[in-house]
Design a protein around this ligand. Structure first.
Ligand SMILES: [Zn+2]
Length: 412
């Protein structure tokens, strides 16, 4: 028996099973039921957000044999539906533009496009990584796109829609696929794990969802890796071993040691993580992610309290995901925005430098030491606080302008 990956086994067979992307499913459903399917679609979005899955679903809608005409609810069981799901349908053709990017492949496609469908009503061409096609190939493809036969639907899927030629882009109906928010990834993982008989904790699923960064495919792949490594009851520790990741509790201790300027403890924690097999880049990256989540939690809470703007550049989904992470709430309270920004700024620079340094660990340690020792001019308001002492009163806005200068007098 062939072993199918979790991702392939759990690929949605109907629009209802697709995680999020309601803006796409609703429009496609309507288009199919009203007979107004476009001849070319452009699906843009990061990897693992369901672009190819959605394209296959569209193929099922158009060619399902259980219905006499295209249907928004394909049966998922007829020969056509099953062949499309398995990627073996002669009428739903998937091309990977990364490996078929030249003019010859496009000429072959042009020939093929004219032929009638083998068994279905439509031929659907799914062109993956469409931005990888060469310019010549695009120009040839454009001719086909200008006057496609009525039985043909093109779906261009790409992680970089802006790199598609504007003349091609303008002939496509475009959908932008959104990264899947962490709570939805957790829900999807929970469903799959339960059906597969895996015993998993919420904490493990949260770790996987965070690492998957909006991608269902990555989330299921990580779950599968954990199970392959540790059997059907993988733990967070197994996950961290498999991914070389760093435990959030350890990151929290490290961040707090730096904030409280306990330099020896901070260096000791880094040493401990590296000795237990953690990659030093992952320590730095993990620390950045942790501090960023704290920052988002703070912003989200102050926006919710009505005393600040909503976080810029963050979708409401991300902000609410961070806001829902109740584990972060008490920790976020202990930090000022200025403290978080100072650390994030220094660590982001360290991370960039570490990529090219022969001694990345030294770069991280020096950065942490500098932060502990105030060598880089820590904002004065953070310096007022005695180590381990009480939190200074809130409400004073972060004042980047006073960097390096004495703190302004506050009223009695
Ligand atoms: Zn069917």
């Amino acid at each position: 028996m062939t072993h199918l990956s979790l991702n392939r086994r759990w690929r949605p067979r109907s629009f209802d099973e697709v995680t999020r992307q309601e803006h796409v499913t609703r429009t496609l459903r309507n288009a199919v039921s009203q007979g107004r399917v476009a001849q070319a679609y452009l699906f843009g979005g990061q990897r693992g957000t369901g672009k190819t899955t959605m394209a296959r679903l569209l193929g099922m809608c158009l060619n399902c044999q259980a219905h006499d005409a295209p249907t928004p609810d394909p049966c998922g069981r007829c020969e056509s539906c099953r062949a499309i799901a398995a990627g073996t349908s002669p009428d739903v053709i998937e091309l990977d533009a990364a490996s078929n990017r030249g003019i010859d492949e496009i000429r072959a496609l042009q020939e093929n496009v004219r032929l009638s469908p083998m068994s279905g009503r439509y031929k659907v061409y799914i062109i993956d990584e469409a931005h990888q096609m060469t310019k010549d190939a695009y120009n040839a493809f454009l001719k086909t796109l200008e006057e496609p036969p009525a039985h043909v639907v093109f779906v261009l899927a790409t992680t970089e829609p802006e790199r598609i030629l504007p003349t091609v882009r303008s002939r496509c109906q475009r959908f932008d696929f959104r990264p899947i928010p962490e709570p939805d990834l957790v829900e999807r993982l929970r469903t799959v794990a339960a059906a597969e008989g895996f015993k998993v904790t919420d904490e493990l699923l949260a770790h996987i969802a965070r690492k998957a960064d909006g991608s269902v495919r990555d989330a299921l792949g990580l779950l599968e890796q954990c199970v392959a490594f540790a059997g059907e009851s993988p733990t967070v520790e197994d996950f961290l071993t498999v991914t070389g990741g760093v435990d959030r509790a350890a990151l929290r201790r490290l961040a707090e040691a730096v904030r409280e300027r306990r330099a020896a403890e901070a260096i000791g924690l880094v040493d401990e993580m590296v000795r237990t097999g953690r990659d030093v880049g992952a320590v730095c990256g993990g620390l950045i992610t942790y501090l960023r989540d704290l920052f988002l939690t703070k912003l989200h809470r102050s926006a919710a309290a009505g005393d600040g703007p909503a976080p810029d550049g963050e979708s409401p989904d991300t902000a609410s995901a961070a806001g829902r992470d109740s584990e972060l709430d008490p920790a976020a309270e202990e930090w000022s925005q200025t403290e978080l920004l100072t650390l994030l700024d220094a660590l982001a620079r360290a991370e960039a430098e570490m990529k090219y340094s022969p001694q990345p660990r030294l770069v991280l340690e020096m950065t942490l030491l500098a932060l502990c020792l105030e060598a880089d001019g820590r904002p004065a308001d953070a310096a007022e606080r005695p180590p381990g002492g009480p939190t200074p009163p809130r409400g004073r806005p972060a004042a980047p302008g006073n960097k390096g200068r004495p703190a302004p007098e506050t009223g009695p």
